[in-house]
Design a protein. Structure first.
Length: 343
């Protein structure tokens, strides 16, 4: 029997598994995808996430590759947040695509002897007094994994959460934003454009592309699952800025919604949740991945200590007690920013 099964090899599952391996916990990671997505939802690592990585001596490669941004926006307001006043070794937001964050965390997991079972999808979980089981569909058929603990790091649509019967109360998406990773031949000098027609951020990526993400009055009502076309993106940008900045070569076009939900319990007996499986929200201020990494860091040492019989399992209740309020504040913060951005 494994000590822990981690469901989902996104950034949160990867950091959690690596932290568990660091102290010798026997962990199996299953991931439904056949390979990592080349598209990066997140682009940012915030000071506290970098501090957490630095505690393990891991911040170096992230900082070397990322681009530090000393200021950020709040809800698209013109006055920028000044990170340089923070009491930290990392007084900035680091712009680093999620893909690279995941690759660096996966490298760390491998160095510690961990492995990922790609194309292994959790179908359902159940638990008894001594452990928990995950039914898994893999390339060679269906099988059951048994472990002392199962952690759902399987994102906003978490199978672990729904199968465990953990409520996910909140609000459904009522507005959406647009996102495009494109080449801009004549990018704007300002990091955002905002006026009565709408607004968008323009974030330069290290590989010569730019991320454009924003809303217009017209785009807000389009369902998140309706594909975004390049002409549509170009139209929104022209409508707000009067130019498309020489936009071409779209690499990824997508939409994101403002559904805002939080798991009622981060622990149900032998089943735990972390990251987007525990909280979903509009990606305002680039926070979800960061909060998820900090969930993982909070949970890992506690779970390791329980697995190794060093502390009573009641310690795991402090994970919910400490991280649920952080998730609740995250939802409030992103809802406030969404309201500001939409007015
Ligand atoms: C447009 C956009 C921009 C964003 N920008 C930022 C940003 O700049 N900064 C930031 O901090 N956050 C940002 N976020 C949020 C961030 O991307 C997420 O918070 C982050 O990906 C959460 O990581 P996770 O590991 O919890 O979940 P995910 O990244 O969703 O990973 C979950 C993994 O579980 C796997 N999985 C799902 N179901 C199963 C199953 N049944 N069995 C096995 N595997 C399964 C999935 O394939 C996936 O690999 C953004 C989000 C969006 C949509």
């Amino acid at each position: 029997m494994n000590d822990v099964v981690v469901v989902g090899a996104g950034p949160v599952g990867l950091l959690l598994a690596a932290e568990l391996r660091l102290v010798g916990v026997d962990v199996t990671v299953i991931e439904r995808a056949a390979a990592r997505s080349p598209h990066s939802k997140a682009l940012t690592l915030h000071p506290r996430s970098l501090e957490v990585l630095a505690m393990r001596g891991l911040a170096g490669p992230f900082v070397r590759e990322g681009v530090p941004m000393p200021t950020g926006h709040y809800g698209g307001l013109p006055v920028r947040l000044d990170f340089s006043v923070l009491d930290t070794r990392f007084p900035y937001t680091l712009v680093l695509p999620q893909l690279r964050t995941e690759q660096l965390l996966e490298e760390r997991l491998r160095e510690l002897g961990g492995e990922i079972r790609w194309e292994h999808r959790a179908l359902r979980v159940r638990q008894d007094a001594d452990g928990a089981e995950v039914d898994v569909a893999g390339p060679d058929g269906t099988y059951t994994l048994r472990a002392a603990w199962v952690v759902g790091c399987d994102g906003a649509g978490s199978t672990v959460r729904s199968s465990a019967g953990i409520d996910f109360p909140g609000t459904r998406a009522t507005t959406t934003g647009f996102l495009g990773d494109v080449v801009l031949d004549a990018p704007p000098s300002a990091p955002s454009v905002d006026n009565e027609h709408g607004g968008f951020l323009v974030v330069p990526l290290a590989d010569g592309h730019h991320r454009i993400a924003g809303t217009t009055g017209e785009s807000l009502a389009i369902p998140a699952d309706q594909p975004l076309t390049f002409d549509e993106l170009r139209g929104y940008v022209r409508q707000v800025a009067g130019t498309d900045f020489g936009m071409r070569a779209p690499r990824w076009l997508s939409r994101f919604g403002n559904a805002s939900r939080q798991a009622a319990r981060y622990r149900d007996g032998r089943i735990l949740l972390a990251g987007d499986a525990a909280h979903m929200h509009m990606p305002m201020g680039g926070q979800g991945l960061n909060v998820g990494l900090q969930d993982a860091f909070n949970l890992a040492w506690k779970l390791a200590a329980v697995c190794q019989g060093r502390v009573p399992e009641g310690l795991l209740d402090t994970y919910h007690a400490e991280r649920h309020p952080v998730g609740a504040a995250l939802l409030e913060n992103t809802q406030a920013q969404t309201m500001l951005g939409a007015t």
